[in-house]
Design a protein around this ligand. Structure first.
Ligand code: 3HC
Length: 284
């Protein structure tokens, strides 16, 4: 697993709980420590809730090694990348994966917003590069989108589908189009929610409660944007808008302002809500 942020650490947990030996890699020791902490916090919560006993927790932890050295990729059968949604960074990471991975490995990106085809085409083995797109929180959400391209070897997709089923996930096949299936339907709704909030006639709490209590969503749209990350939501909208030119996908100005201000949601402590203290303070 390369990239140990919210999604990467969650995917490490899924893999290790299913009994796989996992190497978690990030670019420096601080990022690696952050990934380890995210994994251990999540496992501690599972122990507190009685979903995992301390021995099982220990067994999961013992299956995971962390580090910065990509040389371990020479022994990997499935490599999943979940670094930041920056095209140059993903291309650079895939160049390193390409240099180290065994010939028969599956090379997967968890990108939400970038073209799988362009990532694949930048490697010497585009037939083995696919999208494996988990949802947040990865340990909880069963759905995983599996994305092929015009370059993919069908046997790689078949192997990925079986692998994900064995993890207890519910994989679905998607083509390489902006937003794949779920985000292409979801982000227009989230963007509309930001515009509604920015009108100033309803509080964020009222807006979120309306969608939870009356529309049956598990969480409100502003809280969900804070969870998936303002930067990630914005990047998906930009790609959707570029591809469709549908005005519903032009990022709401307030979303762009939060991005520019570095208020990226839970991961930075502030977004639409403030997570730094019990008291929630509006950012705008
Ligand atoms: N890691 C591991 N487990 C977690 C977790 C996390 N980060 N967050 C919650 N959980 C577990 C809890 O332990 C609990 O497990 P239990 O039922 O076995 O005790 C269960 O999830 C429910 O959690 P809570 O009781 O604390 O809280 P909720 O019932 O409010 O559920 C939620 C929290 C699972 C986040 C739920 O609100 C939800 O499903 N929200 C919608 C999330 C969603 O839409 N995700 C997709 C976003 S789009 C995306 O990710 C794509 C990307 O490309 C943008």
């Amino acid at each position: 697993m390369i990239g140990l942020g919210t999604m990467g650490a969650g995917i490490v947990e899924v893999l290790a709980k299913a009994g796989h030996r996992v190497f978690g890699i990030d670019y420096d020791d601080r990022a690696v420590a952050g990934g380890r902490e995210r994994l251990e916090t999540s496992l501690d919560r599972a122990v507190q809730k009685g979903k995992l006993n301390p021995d099982e927790r220990q067994a999961v932890v013992s299956r995971v090694s962390f580090g910065t050295d990509k040389a371990v990729l020479t022994g990997a059968s499935v490599i999943i990348e979940a670094v930041s949604e920056k095209p140059e960074l993903k291309q650079a990471v895939f160049a390193e994966i390409d240099a180290h991975a065994p010939a028969d490995a599956i090379l997967a990106t968890n990108t939400s917003s970038l073209s799988i085809t362009s990532i694949a085409a930048g490697t010497t083995r585009p037939d083995r590069v696919i999208g494996i797109h988990f949802f947040n929180p990865a340990p909880v959400q069963p759905l995983v989108e599996v994305i092929d391209t015009v370059l993919t070897d069908p046997a790689v997709i078949d192997r990925a589908m079986s692998f994900l089923q064995e993890l207890g996930k519910r994989p679905i096949r998607c083509g390489d189009r902006a937003g794949f299936i779920v985000n292409s339907l979801l982000v227009g709704y989230l963007n509309a929610a930001v515009r509604t909030y920015a009108d100033g006639r309803i509080s964020r709490e009222q807006l979120d409660a309306a969608m939870v209590e009356e529309a049956g969503y598990p969480m409100g749209p502003l809280a969900l944007l804070d969870m998936i990350g303002i930067d990630v939501g914005h990047a998906v909208l930009v790609r959707m808008y570029d591809e469709t030119k549908d005005r519903r996908h032009a990022p709401a100005p307030l979303l762009t302002q939060l991005l520019e201000a570095g208020l990226l949601g839970r991961k930075t402590g502030r977004g639409f809500y403030d997570y730094r203290s019990e008291e929630s303070v509006a950012p705008v």
